[in-house]
Design a protein around this ligand. Sequence first.
Ligand code: 13P
Length: 255
Amino acid sequence: MRRNLIAGNWKMNKTAAEGVALARELKDKLSGQCCCCNGPQVLVCPPFTTAAAVAAELKDSCILVGAQNIHWADNGAFTGELSGAMLKDLPVGWVIIGHSERRQYFGETDETVNKRTKAALKHGLHPIVCIGELLAEREANQTNAVLEKQVRGALAGFTVAEMATVVVAYEPVWAIGTGKVASNEQAQEAHAFIRSLLVTLFGTDVAGATRILYGGSMNAQNAAGLLAQPDIDGGLIGGAALKAADFATIVAAAK
Ligand code: 13P
């Protein structure tokens, strides 16, 4: 039985003070309804500069805190990047890797996603590895080929044991920030395909245990339908994660 994970990707939003206020509101709204025992795991991923204050605010709650990127090296001349040890300093326990915005605007490739994911595991962080096709790729019937390339590239060289902490997020690029959500059927079909790839690469036990999150315009209205799909094990939420009430509704839908 896979436990749902509801993760908020705050992207480049919220200063430390704003992030603490959102975290506090979230904590209030979720008290009693999540997430320590039976409910879904709940995670927020603020910007680096906000994460420490948010982690302090959420210290005694069951809401987890993550980051939005990690470098593969332990230290060195990599201006603007942060290492695994630095993330643990914040402290965070999770990290989003290979988000389509990083692929689109910052030159992230399957190879760098692979290196960053390896670094996350080396530092005991839980990676959320993002994959997803562009609209043009979907329209050209290339969705499965793109997903296969991304999964094989991102997870190349991983052992079955390492896969135990890896979470995959399917985020169709055309659905991110557009309000154009994938239908329940489209999302389920992609998730089932990703799981079948995991069977091929790592066997049925790993494939059966790996959580695959859906991301892309998930909100308080459409979450229940998506989360009811057999191969959707949670959500990676952007815009709706910035509103405590909406995020709490999504968490409730994941029970
Ligand atoms: P939206 O929920 O704003 O579409 O963003 C999804 C996303 O990119 C989460 O990582």
